[in-house]
Write a protein that binds this ligand. Structure first.
Ligand code: ATP
Length: 382
């Protein structure tokens, strides 16, 4: 892509207005460092404030604007605190994922060298199906899959389709081909035989097209045990919506903290960066939230854009952001959840400054050595 990029910005609730600007600061620094034209940020109303100003947590004008964008950053939302009727409606990220058909939720969990982790050396990716499964707000065309025929009886249903499973399995196997070529399918086919059984079987069918990839599968309950014992032995984990939501919180925490777990939600044409954690209302407004998950989610977004447009600068910008976070944490600067004392804003400033210096190193290395090897020095620190 040669022109400038327009990226949507939806700050959300709780710690969103603290961690989203932190990510913007790092993306802007990385764009400068690799010589990308400056990014145009398109701020869009969403969440509690949008209910007050526009009468809806996801106003129609926000959805219309997203239709015209390829990529955006979404902050967390605190939909359980919304006044009715908003609280009972499909929540903001579900609304956007459904509206834009973002079927793949990619959630890496990677521990940092020099930082505490329950399972050091964890480096895995949860590939979570995003549009159906056992979340009642995703599995119907209209209304929800959860209802109460009487005040004392509540019923929910789930849905698994061959088409959606095939798409998510392909995304998982393609990702595994770029990583350590190991896919783990997670299901509960001993009890939810037809639904998660179909999920497992379709994933196995797709696996047959990737003979280089090692495949295993586990029941969701057994998988939690395997993760706690040996999260560092897994590579790509593919699973349905609800299991993926639960496993990604678990693996984020095993890798160090839920505050470092990034994610991207994508279709074939649009992508949304979104931290795996929620709005953390218990720590909102105190400048102590860890912005790493949001910062790394925006790096994933740049990588997605880079792959889509075959633009090496975006890939390098993503690598610079990752390297900046790694270097900052390794130098002992971290927020409280990782055992440090840095504020959200101080941590973001430290990462942006690490990116700036890496960009300067890169510029001087390029002047001294115009060879492609010289040009890729900074990106290779990743
Ligand atoms: P949701 O259902 O919206 O995903 P949740 O119920 O999983 O939300 P979170 O908001 O993710 O809950 O918070 C869970 C715990 O993790 C809280 O104690 C919160 O303070 C902590 N936490 C979440 N995100 C961060 C962060 N970025 N930095 C530090 N702590 C965090």
């Amino acid at each position: 892509m040669t022109g400038g990029h327009r990226l949507g910005l939806l700050a959300g609730d709780g710690i969103g207005p603290e961690i989203v600007p932190a990510a913007v600061q790092c993306v802007d620094a990385a764009a400068r460092a690799v010589g990308l034209p400056s990014i145009e940020w398109v701020e869009l109303p969403l969440g509690r404030t949008a209910i007050d100003t526009h009468g809806a947590a996801v106003p129609a004008e926000t959805l219309a604007a997203l239709d015209g964008l390829e990529a955006w950053l979404l902050g967390p939302h605190d939909s359980v605190s919304y006044p009715e009727p908003h609280r009972s409606q499909l929540n903001p990220s579900g609304t956007i994922r459904k509206h834009a058909g973002l079927f793949a939720n990619i959630r890496p969990a990677k521990s940092f060298a020099g930082s505490r982790a329950v399972v050091p050396g964890t480096d895995l990716v949860i590939v979570r199906e995003n549009t159906e499964g056992f979340y009642a707000d995703r599995n119907t065309y209209a209304g929800t899959g959860e209802f109460m025929p009487t005040p004392d009886v509540a019923i929910a249903h789930g849905i698994i389709t061959r088409a959606a499973t095939e798409k998510i399995a392909e995304a998982a196997f393609e990702l595994a081909m770029q990583r350590r070529k190991h896919v783990t399918i997670v299901h509960k086919a001993n009890v939810l035989m037809l639904t998660t059984g179909l999920f497992r079987d379709v994933c196995r069918e797709v696996a047959a097209r990737y003979p280089e990839v090692t495949v295993d599968d586990f029941h969701i309950d057994a998988m939690t045990v395997h993760l706690v014992r040996r999260a560092n032995e897994f590579d790509v984990i593919v699973t349905e919506n609800m299991f993926g939501d639960i496993l990604s919180d678990l693996s984020g925490e095993l890798a160090g903290s839920l505050g470092i777990a990034p994610s991207v939600n994508s279709s074939l044409t649009q992508a949304m960066a979104q931290a795996a954690h929620g709005s953390a209302p218990d720590i909102a407004g105190r400048d102590i939230a860890n912005p790493i998950a949001m910062i790394l989610s925006s790096a994933m977004l740049l990588e997605w854009l880079g792959a889509r447009h075959d633009d090496e600068r975006l890939i390098r910008a993503a690598a610079l952001i990752r390297a900046g976070v790694d270097r900052t944490v390794a130098s002992g600067t971290a927020t409280g959840d990782l055992g440090g004392t840095a504020s959200t804003s101080a941590f973001a400033a430290a990462v942006a400054s690490a990116i700036d210096s890496a960009g300067l190193d890169h510029a001087s290395a390029s002047t001294q050595d115009p060879s492609p090897q010289g040009a890729s020095t900074t990106g290779a620190q990743e």
